[in-house]
Ligand binder design. Structure first.
Ligand code: ADP
Ligand code: MG
Length: 267
């Protein structure tokens, strides 16, 4: 792909655990285009988090090549925002100071990012919570704050590892819409949007958010299917009730479970 931002070719990963080698990923070749929203779904332990860590440069792949923005990834890459399942906010710091952390860690002048931090907090509906401590916020609000933190330095690439996994279903749906809004689904051209690699357990969430859904096989994780989600944007809540949405979800479900067309739940 001419405009691919992430390019994985023949990537494999074997951990050397105390109990012996654990092959987490095998033969992963994947391209993610600039501005594309791609979700990874797959059974627990199939190597989704490992794949994100490899793209981030936090772990080297055992085999294969990984490039981001045309450069081989050999060490942690600076221009990314990462969001995990738990918000991982520093509990003794205010929400504002948590959001400002990436600027501090990058050795930048914190003051230069105040306006941006406040803007993000406002956008995430956290206006008025800047001076609160994390424990004074609900789980959903803390997760929104960690999303603000990931966006502070305006990284072109967002890596999200089951970011809404710990939230209740309604908050989770709200967060999905919020994420698409922040991503610029309505107001940015595709090439201006951030590239997002999003891990989720939820098929519905993956279909709702993504341009593409990559389905992984059980460990060692391989790519079992790579589906284009040609649903109109901006995505709306109503879309979930459409036939196209249901068909795509079913196709992913079948790939994940290996169930044939027409198979019943008992099959
Ligand atoms: N640091 C590690 N050392 C040894 N094995 C690991 C390590 N991290 C993950 N694994 C193993 O690699 C496999 C994939 O893990 P992970 O990437 O966390 O999967 P997922 O995110 O899809 O649940 C699992 O079997 C897991 O136990
Ligand atoms: Mg994981």
């Amino acid at each position: 792909m001419a405009d691919s931002l992430i390019d994985l070719s023949g990537v494999g990963m074997t951990y050397q655990a105390a109990s012996g080698p654990v092959e987490a990923l095998a033969g992963i070749s994947l391209e993610v285009g600039q501005g594309e929203f791609v979700s990874l779904v797959g059974p627990s332990g199939c190597g989704k988090s490992t794949l994100l860590r490899i793209v981030a440069g936090l772990r080297p792949a055992t085999v294969g090549t990984v490039t981001v923005g045309g450069r081989t990834v050999a060490q942690p890459i600076p221009d990314i925002g990462m969001v995990f399942q738990a918000p991982i906010l520093l509990k003794w710091r205010s929400i504002l100071d948590n959001v400002l952390l990436p600027a501090e860690l990058a050795g930048k002048e914190k003051r230069a990012y105040w306006a941006r931090a406040h803007e993000l907090l406002e956008m995430a509906g956290l206006h008025g919570f800047a001076e609160k401590l994390p424990r004074e916020l609900s789980g959903g609000m803390q997760q929104r704050a960690s999303l603000c933190r990931a966006l502070l330095l305006d990284p072109p690439l967002l890596l999200m590892d089951e970011p809404f996994g710990a939230l209740d279903a309604m908050t989770r749906d709200d967060m999905a819409l919020e994420l698409l809004r922040i991503w610029g689904e309505r107001d940015l051209a595709r090439d201006q949007r951030k590239t997002v690699l999003f891990v989720t357990h939820s098929i519905g969430e993956a279909v709702f958010l993504s341009d593409r859904v990559v389905v992984m096989s059980p460990r060692p994780g391989r790519i079992a299917a790579d589906l284009r989600i040609d649903l109109p944007r901006p995505r709306t809540v109503e879309l979930r009730a459409s036939e196209a949405f249901g068909q795509l979800s079913l196709e992913i479900f079948r790939t994940l479970t290996g169930r044939a067309v027409g198979a019943t739940g008992a099959a």
